[in-house]
Write a protein that binds this ligand. Sequence first.
Ligand SMILES: [Zn+2]
Length: 244
Amino acid sequence: MTTRFVIRFDDVTPGMAWSKFAPFDALAQELNIPYLIGLVPDCRDPALSVEPHRADFWNFVRERVARGWTVAQHGHTHHYVTAERGLLGIGKKSEFAGLPFAEQKEMLATGKDILVREGVWQPVFMAPSHSFDENTLKALDDLGFESLTDGYGFYPYKIRGLLAVPQLFSKPIGFGFGVETVCLHVNTLSVAQIDRQVSTLRARRGSIISFPEALKVVAPVPLIAPIVRVASEVALKTFRSLRG
Ligand SMILES: [Zn+2]
């Protein structure tokens, strides 16, 4: 038994740090790695525009999708409007959690329309700052989303109408079972960190799977999945509160 990894990139926008993403893109091409990328449909978060905007952005995405990458809708504008932690209790900021259902649905639908128009929408959601609430999940379900990348544990789990693949760490740990989603934000990685991550991904290539493949990972023993989910939630929440 071995751990399988999904490699997820958040904050994919026309003005992202393309110079830092380039080594990962080259690696994906060389080793045929199917990344999961979180696209902000209409980015209004100035913190995510760090390099000159790429004019061929949508073509770039379409080419990667044709090679097997998965697109997740990463919110709508990535503009944080509430201080809600959401159902997972992680960050103290949200684009969605705490807003009325109709408002959330409208934002999600507008974002989806943009991705559909560009021919890259897939029924996958990635919440900015990992923050969403019951209304977000209901709106996503109504709009035809089927899965999300977030949550505790090491096996896909049902959350309302959606199937979630857990996301816990920013580097591959490898507990020897289940699936781990490695969450990378290239805008804030240093050159040394990028070098290390690229070497790690190269060494772990045999264990990296696509997001659709991760959705099909099941626990060998039925009760294992909920037990490790609760254990990882308690452990991570304790760790975060100790760290302040
Ligand atoms: Zn983000």
